[in-house]
Ligand binder design. Structure first.
Ligand SMILES: [Zn+2]
Length: 342
């Protein structure tokens, strides 16, 4: 089991970054992996709150791919970095996490939006020739989430994070299916923890609809908790199932359309129907949140969605409902039409 040593979630938490680092790991040469906009926005504040004797380096990344991971690894080596901070959304955190893991350097996650559960998980999502790969990495040593900063990110990211959380419903179902039919290891505690993080969002979807800003903290905590569930399981099983395969297939077939959690949310409706779960309930929760429930809302055509459903089980051998039912083209189209996700 690999879990973060310290987690700080709160308003203006960034002001405490210096103290937080001191508590988590004694370091002198820190590298912050971020993007240009965030460096302009928060760079000065970060420099002010760090200890006087800290030498700070910055690395700007554009994409979560192996080229950027390599670039960061070189910098870690050349500058003798002893702590890495990934500050930003998925791209910055994934690149920082994997390069830290590869170079055996401790890593702290500082998310600036609540779009996905990679904030605290031991997995990094990296693209290679356009294809996404989920790579086993290390859990962050610490997570510092500034609610003020995360609340100021576009609400679309927040809604996407809710989609990534609701996805745990079908991810856990797929895991149970693999346990029952393939004798795969199933960790009940990790599974229940992931389900709890989905449940918090589904039960509160009405409240999220009317006062989303007040629920940012709950969503951030649920995302961290889902990442911890993956750390406990030692696998992404509790967090990622057939709905994630559908999202990854769309990454290949319709690149650049929709955010990760938006695609997972729609995927959850589809996979819930295949699992004979109450897909309407999941759909209405996503609707309440304001997350997309139809593929055309994210610019994906019916043809692209059908192809994604057919490609999804081929992306990974890990057993899910898509491997069990082995959809034909007509069945895939019927599923989209029947669930009203067109
Ligand atoms: Zn996800």
């Amino acid at each position: 089991m690999e879990l973060p040593r310290a987690i700080l979630v709160g308003k203006n938490a960034l002001e405490k970054l210096g103290e937080f680092i001191e508590k988590v790991y004694e370091s002198k040469r820190i590298l912050i992996v971020t993007d240009k906009k965030l460096m302009e926005l928060y760079g000065k504040r970060v420099e002010e709150v760090l200890k006087m004797d800290t030498i700070l380096f910055w690395e700007i990344v554009l994409n979560a791919d192996f080229e950027n991971v390599k670039k960061v690894e070189i910098k870690i080596k050349e500058e003798k970095i002893d702590l890495i901070i990934g500050m930003g959304g998925g791209t910055c955190i994934d690149v920082a996490k994997l390069s830290a893991h590869e170079s055996k350097t401790p890593f702290i996650s500082v998310p600036t939006n609540a779009a996905h559960d990679g904030i605290a998980s031991p997995f990094a999502s990296i693209k290679d020739s356009g294809r996404p790969y989920s790579i086993i990495s290390s859990s962050p040593l610490g997570v510092l989430a500034d609610i003020e900063i995360i609340s100021s990110a576009p609400m679309r990211y927040f809604r996407s994070g809710c989609g990534d959380l609701i996805a745990k419903v079908t991810a856990v179902r797929d895991w149970q299916l693999a346990r029952d039919e393939k004798g795969e290891y199933y960790g009940e505690y990790a599974a229940n923890l992931a389900l709890l993080s989905a449940d918090v969002i589904i039960r509160n979807s009405e409240k999220i609809k009317f006062s989303p800003k007040e629920k940012v903290r709950d969503v951030v905590e649920a995302l961290i908790s889902a990442g911890v569930a993956a750390g406990i399981a030692g696998s992404s099983r509790p967090c990622s199932g057939s709905e994630h395969l559908f999202s990854h297939a769309l990454d290949v077939i319709a690149p650049g359309k929709g955010l990760h959690g938006e695609k997972c949310g729609i995927g959850t409706i589809l996979m819930a129907k295949l699992h004979n779960l109450d897909y309407e309930y999941i759909k209405s929760a996503l609707e309440n949140i304001g997350a997309p429930t139809r593929i055309h809302e994210i610019g994906v055509s019916r043809e692209e969605a059908i192809r994604a459903l057919l490609l999804a089980p081929k992306l990974r051998e890990r057993y899910t409902i898509l491997h069990k039912v082995n959809l034909s083209r007509d069945e895939a189209e019927k599923l989209i039409v029947e669930t009203g996700t067109d």
